[in-house]
Design a protein around this ligand. Sequence first.
Ligand code: ADP
Ligand code: MG
Length: 238
Amino acid sequence: MMTVRDLRKRFGDTEVIKGVDLDIHEGEVVVVIGPSGSGKSTLIRCLNNLEPATSGEIVLTGARSSRESMARLREEVGMVFQDYTLFPHLSILRNMTLAPMKLRGLSRADAEAQAMKLLERVGLAHKAQAFPGELSGGQQQRVAIVRALAMQPRLMLFDEPTSALDPETVNEVLLVMKELAAEGMTMVVVTHEMGFAREVADRVIVFDGGQIVECAPPAQLFAAPREARTQQFLAHVL
Ligand code: ADP
Ligand code: MG
């Protein structure tokens, strides 16, 4: 689905991503864990070109050139952030229809029909006319997920989607993500939810100091981490 080669990102003199190689296969769920400040958000923002990489290559399968690939990244890669980033002044329905109408050229009627279907799927059709501020954090985050799905992405990126939520709403968001994974969506998920990683991930990447420290299936990684930095990190979170 996506090939990443020697990806580097610097802010001024500081190199934050120090040469990442990664292949993301179709239908795969890759969970990224690692300490705060290690560059996880920067990595994931580079993957959909929200943050331009300083050097290296990100190629979406099927693109004929790296240039075409970069243009398609934004359109074909959906993203959900930690702080639910719905437009506060727009209704849930308008939040859902804005990008499909603007970027995909859907008519309002088609965009609204699609939006209502997606909202139904996460049990929030009755909130279509509400504003984001009237929803709980978990509800807003469920909208953020289906809003990204409205663009029919091939790959979904999640950056700590449950970290800002009240504990009692974390599971409703994880459940939507689990369903998405079960349907075969290709996903890269930065999270501290080790239960999710264990249950859903095909591979877990341990990220530290701007580099991939270790990458393994969850059962293997949690039971027998090879690297000292992985062991240290897991000792903190497990
Ligand atoms: P993580 O998500 O793992 O906590 P980040 O990717 O947010 O890590 O940050 C990695 C490092 O890059 C941090 O030292 C952070 O201060 C720095 N950084 C992130 N974004 C910027 C930016 N826009 N300008 C300068 N430094 C940044
Ligand atoms: Mg982060």
